[in-house]
Design a protein around this ligand. Sequence first.
Ligand SMILES: [Zn+2]
Length: 271
Amino acid sequence: MARIPEPHYDYQTEQLAGYYQAAVRDILSELDRIDLDNFRRSNALATLKSISEILSELDEKSSAWVEKNVPKAATDGIVHALVALDVAKTVKEAEKIVAFNEVNEYMVAAAVADTQTDLLAVTQNVDRKTRAAVRKAVSDSMRINMTNGTNGRRSITESVRKALQSSVNTGIIDARGNRWRPEVYADMVVRTKMMETYREAHTNEAVDRGAFYAKISSHGAKDLCRLHEGQIIKLTSDAPGNYPTYDELKATGEIFHPRCKHVFSTIRNPF
Ligand SMILES: [Zn+2]
């Protein structure tokens, strides 16, 4: 069997995270431009319009990114199965014959849609937060003017600036209450989804070709994944033998966690 390169999507995921970084930077500079000594509704409308333009451009770019890259991860997973099962002698040869079977066609479409929805939640949250902060800044600005000449003026201005800036820095708050910066969350979502898509496409191709087992990859992991390196899994729960399925291992939380880089390589017979 030819050597199969481990999937690496650092270049692509860094590109996506870069879109988020740039958008955050642009929004922050819109907010920095706000003149709190004289911030009125009409100014606020102009600021909000600029921010929503930045966010819709970000949505367009990240949506196109997902459409291009998530199917690529599926292709790589299928190529891996074709080489592992000796259907193709080399990765190059496999790349020429790779095709999405029906279940992969469906899985990839769902993965693209899911990823886009997860990323959209980030921009929607930033949009909501910045809108609220900008509206509050209008009333705070009026308050600042009323305190003209007093010592309180400076500290109010500073706290309004801080509130405006922090409205951009939380991309999402997860179920555990952790705050994620937009670019960090987007990076985590796509890294995780790319690897899941890779594994699922690999599984679907293998099962379609009558191979129901796989061996988990090894790269000397330091986290709990290490307990599972080289382990045999079943690709379908009705295959004979006392091996865990992918879903069962994933449910332990020890391996195939968010950002996990482990994959598996299908084999016809584990016995
Ligand atoms: Zn892992």
